[in-house]
Design a protein around this ligand. Structure first.
Ligand SMILES: [Zn+2]
Length: 253
């Protein structure tokens, strides 16, 4: 068998067979991979501490016999992010982040920039450097940029006029923002106010550790957060199943 070391985060774990688990990992070296963990559900499994959501570990992965499923044989926990999992809203925000990575990343290709973004996002969440919705919205803007779907926010993707201080419409598959003139009504469009456009631009340029300087009123922040998640869903043509649950847990208004 072919042994491969990897550093990565756990995105999800589900029971498999009698005593095993299948985990979804996001790794620095191999991108997103699935791995079988034998005996992980036995009470004394030495691997189970490594399998919690967003724990970062050094893993030993072996290429399994069947297609893309690896076998995880060893794990050295590097960071369990205890501060991230203190309450249900915080855990639910993590589940949204994991959902985005699971739905949007398909390939077992390394992407160190995205890996670094995930680490900085977890650090910001852990430091409580801003509302989780602010951090996750900024993550989504940056993630789209790094994934090859950058939002065009400066000029209309259709006619090229400057979008500064304009009401815009975000249209997946048409390069991002369009001005009002180029966008008649349609089910696909997501409206963003001039103030929202400025926030999205700042989310793009501010480093994650500085995102907290954006002070937004909760209803406005929620609007931006949900707009970005919906834009992402339409871009990748997948539903994020965790969002509804998140909204129920963290109902603020
Ligand atoms: Zn236009």
């Amino acid at each position: 068998m072919n042994f491969q070391p990897a550093r990565g985060f756990v995105l999800a774990a589900s029971p498999y067979a009698e005593a095993d688990k299948i985990v979804q990992l996001y790794t620095l070296q191999w991108g997103r991979v699935r791995a079988l963990v034998k005996g992980a559900r036995k009470p004394k499994s030495r691997l189970s501490p490594a399998l919690d959501l967003f724990n970062e570990s050094g893993f030993s992965l072996h290429k399994g016999r069947s297609g893309d499923l690896y076998v995880l044989s060893q794990a050295k926990v590097l960071d369990t992010h205890p501060e991230l999992k203190k309450d249900l809203p915080a855990i639910t925000a993590l589940q949204v982040l994991a959902d985005i990575l699971i739905q949007a990343i398909h390939d077992a290709e390394p992407h160190p920039d995205i890996y670094g973004l995930v680490r900085r996002t977890l650090a910001a969440l852990e430091a409580k450097a801003g509302d989780p919705e602010l951090i996750l919205a900024a993550f989504t803007v940056k993630f789209l940029d790094l994934s090859g779907y950058p939002l065009e926010l400066d000029a209309c993707a259709e006619c090229g006029t400057s979008l500064e201080k304009k009401k815009i419409h975000l249209i997946p598959h048409r390069g991002g923002a369009l001005c009002g003139d180029c966008c008649a009504s349609g089910p696909e469009r997501l409206k963003v106010s001039p103030a929202g456009l400025e926030v999205l631009k700042k989310m793009r340029t501010l480093p994650m550790e500085k995102i907290h300087i954006l002070k937004l009123k909760p209803p406005f922040l929620r609007e931006i957060f949900l707009t970005m998640l919906e834009y992402l869903e339409r871009t990748i043509e997948k539903r994020l199943k965790t969002v509804e649950y998140y909204l129920r847990i963290s109902s603020k208004f």
